[in-house]
Design a protein around this ligand. Structure first.
Ligand code: ADP
Length: 138
């Protein structure tokens, strides 16, 4: 079964949208197979965001992502990678349609509620980055 890596970002935690966001994943039929609360730090964030670590916005992104504990999930389901990305909407919350997670709850291009893997290959490496094998159940 396909899996994806989700991070409920500090804005999602602070604004108490955790239940609403997970509810959308459950309503879409996806199953939680991993879950942990984590305080992310610079070294892990620089790995996770290696593809944008040289961008001018990266320092603000790292400060934001390390500002409070986040909830990290692994979700399983058919075509979960692409279907969760559709539920999220585009990176820029101000351009995301109402009815999407970022469109309904996001603030801007950095503060955008939720991370979700962008391909099956990145989902596999991201799940391995955040979870030990025995922490994925199902
Ligand atoms: P996504 O999370 O939609 O897959 P990216 O992988 O391109 O987007 O970027 C990772 C994260 O970096 C985004 O979720 C967002 O928090 C931040 N980010 C991306 N692009 C920008 C940008 N142009 N300005 C500010 N922050 C950005």
């Amino acid at each position: 079964m396909e899996k994806t890596l989700i991070i409920l970002k500090p804005d999602c935690m602070a604004q108490k949208h955790v239940g609403a966001v997970i509810g959308r994943f459950e309503a879409a039929g996806f199953r939680i197979v991993g879950c942990k609360l984590m305080q992310l730090t610079g070294p892990l964030l620089r790995q996770h965001y290696a593809h944008v670590a040289d961008k001018p916005f990266y320092p603000r992104l790292e400060t934001f992502m390390a500002s409070a504990p986040v909830l990290v999930l692994a979700l399983a389901g058919e075509q979960v990678v692409d279907r969760v990305r559709e539920l999220l909407g585009p990176t820029d919350s101000t351009k995301a349609a109402k009815g999407t997670i970022r469109g309904d709850f996001g603030t801007d291009t950095t503060i955008n509620v939720t991370h979700a893997s962008d391909s099956v290959a990145s989902a596999q490496s991201e799940i391995a980055r955040f979870f030990a094998p025995g922490e994925i159940l199902g």
